[in-house]
Design a protein around this ligand. Structure first.
Ligand code: ZN
Length: 87
């Protein structure tokens, strides 16, 4: 089951809730208030298309992801070059 991050508008708590796709948890497990849970798109790291329809700054998440990938590729390249010249 996928895990979603929810924030409660009543107690302000954040929690991971796993439930089936299409289902929405109605009761806050922390304060037991009903209909106070909202998906927290900023906390979950998701690159799928459905998530991008939400209010999350997906652009920022993608940018971070690309930056990290760039760094990894750069490091990988350096390692390869070093190996080449070591021979
Ligand atoms: Zn709550």
């Amino acid at each position: 089951m996928p895990i979603y991050v929810y924030g409660c508008t009543s107690c302000g708590d954040k929690m991971d809730i796993s439930h089936q796709m299409g289902e929405n948890p109605l009761t806050c497990p922390v304060c037991n208030s009903e209909n106070t849970l909202e998906r927290d798109y900023t906390t979950s790291f998701s690159l799928n298309k459905k998530a991008s329809k939400g209010k999350a700054p997906v652009g920022q998440i993608v940018r971070d992801f690309i930056e990290n990938t760039k760094e990894e590729v750069y490091r990988e390249k350096e390692n390869l070059l070093r190996e080449k010249y070591d021979d």
